[in-house]
Design a protein around this ligand. Structure first.
Ligand SMILES: Nc1ncnc2c1ncn2[C@@H]1O[C@H](COP(=O)(O)OP(=O)(O)OP(=O)(O)O)[C@@H](O)[C@H]1O
Length: 256
């Protein structure tokens, strides 16, 4: 069953100083199944962030529909947790209090809040760091706190905007393992934007390729590989090659 549905979605930004209007999304159609990991790739400016922002409820579409569980998305909701490239944590609050923040707003009783935040910090392997401030955590640990916070707040879909782009290669690989471990436990639906074809093939059930001018979906690849995936294997590299080819073709046609 699909949990996110995008129907004939378009987004037009009005002209700004020195720029004409931009058709950032044009007739985008996408359904995401419950429990599916969908990675969105494509060259800069193809509308990836615009699409994610509409799913997050941060921006409105110009036309078409974005549905969550069949209902129009009308603003942000804890059901749809968003994780950015830099974990947007409150620097003055400990990891645990960051995770608890939304639970305080929901008026969850203190003892339950405490056990819920620890449960999710345990899920991301950070129980021992619960009392540390964000400044005392590594970039990867901060991203894990951000994931724990979204999940503790009841996210049934995670919208991840280049969540690992700022991390070094080794931490990034660790985070891929971590994300898949969380997914195996929770089966949370994920829509993840990335510039990395490697990352997309490592994580996704389905890779959606977008192209710019106007922003649109050009093709999709179902990644039919068991997990954990071996990034040195022939089929893994075949997927990478095919996806890169599509992206190169659209970049060339835009340039010409
Ligand atoms: N607020 C805005 N006002 C005007 N134009 C915008 C705005 N936000 C995005 N755009 C334009 O819309 C198009 C799509 O942008 P978007 O950020 O969604 O693409 P992207 O694929 O996420 O790019 P990148 O990979 O560089 O982050 C681009 O041409 C961009 O300049």
């Amino acid at each position: 069953m699909s949990i996110v549905d995008v129907r004939q979605l378009s987004k037009r930004y009005p002209a700004r100083a020195g720029h004409g209007p931009v058709l950032a999304l044009d007739g985008v159609e996408l359904s995401v199944e419950e429990g599916e990991i969908v990675c969105i790739v494509g060259p800069s400016g193809c509308g990836k962030t615009s699409l994610l922002n509409i799913l997050a409820g941060f921006e409105d579409a110009t036309s078409g529909a974005a549905l969550f569980k069949g209902a129009p998305i009308q603003g942000p909701s804890p059901d749809r947790g968003v994780v950015f490239q830099e974990a947007a944590l409150f620097p003055w609050l400990s990891a645990r209090r960051n995770v608890e923040f939304g639970l305080v707003e929901k008026r969850m009783p203190k003892a339950e809040r405490h056990s819920t935040s620890l449960e999710y910090l345990r899920l991301v392997g950070l129980e021992a760091a619960a009392d540390r401030l964000p400044a005392a955590l590594s970039g990867g640990m901060r991203q894990r706190v951000a994931l724990a916070r979204s999940l503790a707040n009841g996210a049934t879909v995670l919208l991840l905007d280049e969540p690992f782009a700022a991390l070094d290669a080794q931490t990034k690989a660790q985070m891929h393992g971590e994300l898949l471990r969380i997914w195996e436990t929770m089966r949370t639906t994920m829509v993840l934007i990335t510039h990395s074809i490697d990352e997309a093939v490592a994580l996704a059930d389905r890779v959606v390729v977008m192209a710019p001018n106007p922003g649109r979906i050009v093709t999709q690849f179902r990644i039919d590989l068991d997990r954990p995936r071996d990034d040195t294997s022939h089929p893994f590299n075949e997927y990478k090659r095919e996806i890169r080819q599509v992206i190169n073709d659209c970049t060339r046609s835009v340039a010409s």
